[in-house]
Ligand binder design. Structure first.
Ligand code: MLT
Length: 352
């Protein structure tokens, strides 16, 4: 895997499978009383958020902290960006902290690529304008794989405002790469031309929605609309809202959040057992831990330098008194507190 993650196109199917496996082993870490491993100790992760974010920014920060990295989080509001500093100047200024990785969220498509040119650090695209949001797609794959046990052959319908959605673009690529059959559906004004080239088919009505195994609803992204794309939200909801009438018992419902209740989803389906919306949020931390780990530590692991979470089971050793320790990169052992009854070995989950 490359040292940056800018687009799902950077990832082969095997890379995605490795990230999902890795996330599964970090799920075991997240179940411990002390949810921390030393994999990125001494490394700095810079979170640069130029656009509103709750889930993505908090989960990246938590993911880095659970891997023991030092984190610096900068939001455009209240920073020197407010005073007119350019993205390039900000990145170059913060490079003085010698970050190993820069996580960037920006309203400008292509910003993550630019940042990757301006810093020697690895870069993760945490959403660039309408273009891509690769870690959202990875956490969606992980959430779905955990629920269903496979991805190959699933029929996924992505419904709503595809035009303004970076999540849609990353998810079409990711679902298709993992063998899903992807359909996008929505008003023709909200479906970009030639979207089929990403590996999906297009529908302008929900007449065939019953065939879907998974309905992935998108938010109406009004903040990115410069004109009226639908006659009214009421009419939109009438034709495209996923409600109890449209969601069938065999179908799974996903949404990247934040949800416009009563617009793309009815209140009833949000709270239904078929909805994986809160599981998606939960997956955000372990999947982002897996991405940070893959970019910063997995090469070292192959060279036998770093201790990792997935090799933690092997690296852990019981000393004569039965205390549990984790071996650090320098060969020293670091005691870990394990609550009674907690599992130590990473579960060997099935591959997607
Ligand atoms: C995003 O940042 O793109 C979100 O996760 C999805 C949305 O804003 O609707």
């Amino acid at each position: 895997m490359k040292r940056s993650l800018l687009s799902i196109e950077d990832l082969a199917r095997a890379d995605i499978e490795r990230i999902l496996d890795r996330a599964e082993s970090f799920a075991e870490v997240s179940g411990r009383a002390i949810k921390k491993v030393p994999a990125l100790r001494g490394r700095t992760v810079l979170n640069l958020f130029y656009e509103a974010s709750t889930r993505t920014s908090s989960s990246f920060e938590l993911a880095a902290k659970r891997l023991s990295a030092d984190t610096v989080s900068v939001r455009a509001q209240g920073s020197a960006v407010d005073k007119g500093e350019s993205l390039k100047d900000t990145v170059q200024t913060l490079s003085a902290y010698d970050p190993a990785l820069v996580v960037i969220r920006s309203p400008w498509a292509g910003a993550a690529e630019l940042v990757a040119r301006w810093t020697p650090a690895g870069v993760v695209n945490a959403g660039d304008g309408k273009r891509e949001h690769p870690t959202q797609a990875l956490l969606d794959l992980y959430t779905l794989w955990r629920r269903v046990g496979r991805l190959d052959g699933l029929k996924v319908w992505i419904v709503g405002d595809v035009l303004h959605s970076r999540v849609a673009r990353s998810n079409i690529l990711a679902f298709a790469r993992m063998g899903c059959e992807v359909t996008v559906a929505g008003p023709p004004t909200l479906i970009p031309r030639e979207i089929e080239s990403l590996g999906c088919r297009v529908r302008s009505s929900l007449d065939e929605l019953g065939e879907a195994d998974v309905i992935y609803a998108l938010r109406m992204q009004r903040e990115r609309m410069e004109e009226a794309f639908v006659p009214s939200l009421r009419e939109y909801a009438e034709r495209y809202q996923i409600d109890a009438r449209r969601l069938q018992p065999h179908q799974i419902l996903m949404h990247p959040g934040p949800v416009n209740r009563g617009v793309e989803l009815s209140a009833q389906v949000i709270d239904s057992p078929q909805a994986l919306i809160s599981q998606q949020v939960e997956s955000g931390v372990v999947v982002r831990m897996a991405v940070l780990y893959e970019l910063l530590a997995s090469g070292e692991e192959e060279e036998g330098v770093a201790a990792s979470a997935t090799t933690a089971a092997a690296a852990r050793a019981r000393d004569a008194d039965g205390a549990v320790a984790e071996r650090l990169p320098d060969g020293s052992e670091h005691p870990i507190e394990v609550a009674p009854g907690e599992h130590l070995a990473a579960p060997a989950g099935p591959r997607p």
